[in-house]
Design a protein around this ligand. Structure first.
Ligand code: CUA
Length: 229
């Protein structure tokens, strides 16, 4: 999760988020190179002595400074497109989780397993224990197996919500009346925190998401315990 003074991206917990971080660094590097070059040129303009009184055109330099930025943009556009299509690829998911946004909490359904379903509310500050995170912890966490391909179906019951987990690189809008799909692969155990990221009403800030990533055998145990009850 994000902690104090963390201005960058969170540590990734999925291969897709790792790729997103690589792409961010790549784009930032190009941005720095452009900024340095343009900054240098603008600074050097102060020392221009304006001696070329009869200079009216320069075909060659205009060709260069038109085509070169177009090529540089390709270096950002092509990896960006690769990632865009990679994020949408569904690769034989072993678990499907259905997530429904409400004003203002999330509810979840495990349709593969006898339709286990529950609501997930934020824990209010006055009920928080010492090891809890304020405005970020929920009463019922989403339990998911690590090292498995997981499909998530997102929708909403009232207004548009958005199911967002920064560490997993997942951000899917839940519009009422429509079903959105994406998938992810968690590559380590742990707790991953997220928040709704569509402005959905007065308590928009108070419908967090907590994913508990556990080993597969533990997940199966949890599923079978909940199916019997
Ligand atoms: Cu739900 Cu913002």
């Amino acid at each position: 999760m994000s902690t104090w003074a963390n201005l960058g991206l969170q540590d990734s917990a999925s291969p897709l988020m790792e790729q997103l971080i690589f792409f961010h660094d790549h784009a930032l590097l190009i941005l720095v190179m452009i900024t340095v070059l343009v900054g240098y040129l603008m600074f050097m303009l102060f020392f221009n002595s304006y001696i070329n009184r009869f200079l009216l055109h320069g075909q060659l330099i205009e060709m260069i400074w038109t085509i070169l930025p177009a090529i540089i943009l390709l270096f950002i556009a092509l990896p960006s497109l690769r990632l865009l299509y990679l994020l949408d690829e569904i690769n034989e998911p072993s678990v499907t989780l259905k997530s429904i946004g409400h004003q203002w909490y999330w509810s979840y359904e495990y349709s593969d397993f006898n339709n286990i379903e529950f609501d997930s509310y934020m824990i209010p500050t006055n009920e928080l224990t010492n090891d809890g995170f304020r405005l970020l912890d929920v009463d019922n966490r989403v339990i998911l197996p690590m090292n498995s391909q997981i499909r998530i179906l997102v929708t909403a019951a009232d207004v548009i919500h958005s199911w967002t987990i920064p560490a997993l690189g997942v951000k899917v809008d839940g519009p009422p009346g429509r079903l959105n799909q994406t998938n992810f692969f968690i590559n380590r155990p742990g707790l991953f925190y997220g928040q709704c990221s569509e402005i959905c009403g007065a308590n928009h800030s108070f419908m967090p998401i907590v994913i508990e990533s556990v080993p597969v055998n533990y997940f199966i145990k949890w599923i079978s315990n909940n199916m019997n009850s």
